[in-house]
Design a protein around this ligand. Structure first.
Ligand SMILES: [Zn+2]
Length: 206
């Protein structure tokens, strides 16, 4: 297993994140964030769509932190929107990797659909980067998506869960699979000292 401080993010994932950040924050917002984290090299110059290591996971975490701080009270919502855009990017650009190409989910019960897409997300991440440990937790009453190598909170410390971008991605995945808005709750976070980040699928929002 890779030590958490040595963890890296691959090019295609950085490209996905930057594209989603640009969509949600615009060029101006994105460039300000990149400058503030010392990642100026990505300004107007996104990494290629391949599996080569790109940046350290801790740098990716710093970008998340910078967005949260830059937008103040709106930071959490902004990161969730970026997470949603990021899942939609996956649907557009990586349907085969996500295992969703040509799949007809409508025939499945809702719980099965949620399990299908969360398994797809975990498998896609693991296939892209062998360092990643992610899985579907269906051991309790509620389904949850879990990652013990979450990059968003790498090297960060907090008394509350902070992986808002991930919450957005999981909620958009579940919405894609069911057509409904479920509440996603981050119940565990590595930044709090937990063993993993865990995103639980709650009830349907009214
Ligand atoms: Zn996390």
């Amino acid at each position: 297993m890779t030590a958490r401080e040595d963890a890296v993010i691959i090019n295609s994932l950085v490209r996905q994140a930057l594209t989603s950040m640009q969509e949600v924050m615009g060029d101006h917002g994105l460039n300000a964030i990149l400058k503030s984290c010392g990642l100026d090299k990505f300004i107007g110059n996104f990494p290629p769509n391949n599996l080569e290591p790109s940046i350290k996971a801790s740098q990716y975490a710093q970008m998340n932190q910078a967005i949260e701080e830059f937008y103040g009270r709106g930071g959490k919502g902004m990161l969730r929107r970026i997470g949603k855009a990021s899942f939609q990017y996956g649907v557009r650009e990586q349907a085969a990797l996500l295992g969703i190409a040509g799949v007809a989910l409508k025939v499945l019960p809702e719980k099965q659909r949620i399990k299908f897409i969360l398994n797809g997300m975990a498998d896609a991440l693991k296939k892209s980067n062998p360092q990643v440990e992610a899985w579907l937790d269906d051991s309790g009453d509620k389904l949850a998506y879990v990652e013990s190598t979450c990059a968003i909170c790498n090297s960060r410390h907090s008394d509350h869960p902070i992986c808002h971008l991930y919450v957005g991605s999981v909620s958009e995945a579940v919405r894609w699979a069911t057509g409904k808005e479920y509440e996603i709750i981050e119940t565990h976070c590595l930044a709090k000292g937990d063993e993993y980040c865990r995103f639980e699928v709650g009830d349907v929002k009214e």
